[in-house]
Design a protein around this ligand. Structure first.
Ligand SMILES: Cc1cc2nc3c(=O)[nH]c(=O)nc-3n(C[C@H](O)[C@H](O)[C@H](O)COP(=O)(O)OP(=O)(O)OC[C@H]3O[C@@H](n4cnc5c(N)ncnc54)[C@H](O)[C@@H]3O)c2cc1C
Length: 522
């Protein structure tokens, strides 16, 4: 049975996540199964100690950064527990610490360690091995993310444009509460009646909850708890940012892999044309991703390519190019894929594009190169921030994660540009433009600029909230965007969320500081 270890220097890395923020903790534990998590939670509950659940710490909102107490790191719970087939598709049950990267490898090679499988699961596995190809569509760019972290953040990624975020691909969840009780919810299982919800734990005890009355905007959204009348109860747990419990078993739904996956990058000489193209192509179906890179992001890539072997594989971007749109065609026949390519070509031409300014990837290695292009940008910006920190600047990553309705895309881009210019800041922007969700990253040169950009993000949060958008579209709110969540929903709805959390976690032990702070009397 895993015990709580003292947080010695050896574990210092666990005080941080990819947001480059750092916290404090007295102890750390690496449970190996649900029973370990139950026993550790009971111990912490008895002592009234805070618990921060961690996956792979790739989060960008400091949600996995501890605020005192004990770190419960689930990265060693990474087994595949079983498989199921419903006549159409396959379902795989995994432990939360399994990385997306490993899971993808298992799916593409069809090789699972089946030592934990029941006889029934083994039969399904044998069938799966002989069947066609299947995939798990959620794809946060950082594939070292854990499946548990993805479920807790309702992570998205480029392919969310077509397939949606992680939520719809989670069929069942086992969650351990702060007091060690175990709750299991599945899709097609318990639902709320209006806003009244009843969660029944394994020991028969129940949590009777009044769900918040907020109305979620109709945009890509990972801000606060997911709530709507008559909702499936599992959906409240997904996206709960480590604040309601620790997921210990997760059943994932697979989909048949499209037979043709082509990547297409389109190069634009001006941003306005790239935006016009986006708004036009958003009306067409069949594209799995629609990603954007602005001129500053492209400049960073150009300089990375010059500098280092690690980035040598990046394609050459002609100097006249100021924006790139990357899109993916997923089709079941070559004819269908060609038809989509043709539609794309016509829309590109209409937006002033030229044939020689398109890169088309039709096989795996070419596609990997374009995907590497996408991944290289956030990686490079992280490296730039690290360099600035090493040279003595006390700053962290400043990346926006806001989405707006389609009708506001041009307005929000103009608003970002004018406010960045007003403050004389440097930035780089990229991301999921198909979902009207572009990450603007500020690159401060001084601590004054860093402070100014923090204020700027608050202004952006107010603008986006007032225009029907979300302050966090995919990374979750964590600790860094708690203020923005209040701007988006208002204090009354935040109090409703606080009441809900209190029912699951009466001593306010889990994920302290994530989404909203504790408030006396609630
Ligand atoms: C370069 C880069 C690119 C990225 N791109 C994207 C992107 O395109 N889309 C996107 O959505 N995200 C993106 N991310 C953010 C990040 O990868 C995702 O948020 C991911 O889902 C976090 O998973 P994790 O395992 O690292 O979680 P962690 O960072 O360890 O934790 C995140 C939150 O999940 C909670 N948590 C973790 N495991 C569990 C569990 N088992 N039970 C309950 N709560 C748990 C934690 O308490 C915390 O609140 C990117 C990150 C990087 C570094």
């Amino acid at each position: 049975m895993e015990t709580i270890r003292k947080l010695s220097e050896e574990y210092a890395g666990y005080l941080r996540d990819e947001s480059r923020n750092s916290g404090t903790a007295e102890g750390i534990a690496f449970p190996l199964g649900t029973e370990d998590v139950v026993s550790l939670m009971k111990e912490c509950h008895g002592k009234g100690v805070r618990v921060t659940v961690q996956g792979a710490r790739t989060g960008l909102a400091a949600a996995a950064v501890p605020d005192g107490g004990v770190i419960m790191n689930l990265s060693r719970m990474n087994r595949v527990l079983g498989m199921r087939f419903d006549g159409k598709t396959y379902y795989v049950t995994v432990e939360p610490g399994l990385s997306l990267l490993e899971f993808r490898k298992m799916l593409s090679t069809k090789r699972f360690d089946s030592s934990c499988f029941s006889e029934e699961s083994r039969e399904v596995y044998a069938r799966f091995a002989k069947d066609g190809e299947f995939f798990f569509s959620p794809d946060p760019t950082e594939a070292t993310a854990s499946i548990g972290g993805m479920a807790a953040c309702n992570a998205s990624g480029a392919r969310t444009y077509r397939y949606g975020p992680t939520r719809p691909y989670i069929e069942a969840l086992t969650m351990v509460l702060a007091d060690g009780r175990v709750l299991r919810e599945k899709r097609g299982g318990d639902r709320a009646e209006g806003l009244k919800a009843r969660f029944v734990c394994d020991d028969g005890s129940a949590i009777e909850a009044e769900l918040p009355t907020l109305v979620m905007p109709k945009v890509k959204n990972a801000s606060g708890y997911f709530v709507e009348p008559d909702m499936e109860l599992i959906d409240l747990l997904i996206g709960s940012d480590g604040s309601l419990g620790a997921f210990t078993e997760i059943e994932l739904r697979l989909q048949p892999l499209p037979s043709f996956i082509w990547g297409v990058s389109l190069l634009f000489e001006d941003e306005a044309s790239a935006l016009d193209f986006t708004l036009g192509i958003q009306k067409e179906e069949g594209y799995a991703a629609l990603e954007f890179f602005d001129s500053d992001a492209l400049d960073i890539l150009r300089s990375q390519k010059k500098k280092g072997a690690a980035f040598a594989a990046l394609p050459e971007i002609p100097p006249r190019v100021s924006s790139v749109i990357y899109t993916e065609i997923h089709a079941d026949s070559e004819e269908e894929a060609l038809e989509r390519l043709f539609t794309l070509g016509s829309a590109f031409e209409k937006a002033g594009g030229r044939e020689e300014d398109s890169w088309i990837a039709r096989d795996g290695s070419e596609l990997d190169r374009l995907i590497f292009f996408r991944h290289a940008i956030p990686e490079s910006v992280n490296m730039l921030i690290d360099q600035k920190r090493k040279s003595g600047l006390n700053i962290t990553k400043m990346s926006s994660d806001m989405s707006v309705p389609s009708g506001e895309l041009k307005n929000v881009m103009a608003m970002y540009r004018s406010t960045i210019k007003e403050l004389g800041l440097k930035s780089a922007a990229w991301g999921h433009i198909g979902n009207n969700h572009v990450h603007f990253n500020i690159l401060p040169d001084s601590e004054e600029q860093y402070a100014a950009s923090k204020e700027l993000f608050k202004r952006w949060a107010a603008w986006v909230s007032a225009h029907g958008g979300a302050v966090s579209a995919e990374h979750g709110v964590g600790k860094l965007k708690a203020d923005f969540l209040t701007v988006m929903y208002g204090e009354e709805h935040i109090d409703e969320m606080r009441r809900l959390k209190r029912l699951f976690d009466p001593k306010w032990q889990l994920g302290a500081g994530n989404m909203f702070s504790e408030k006396e009397g609630i």
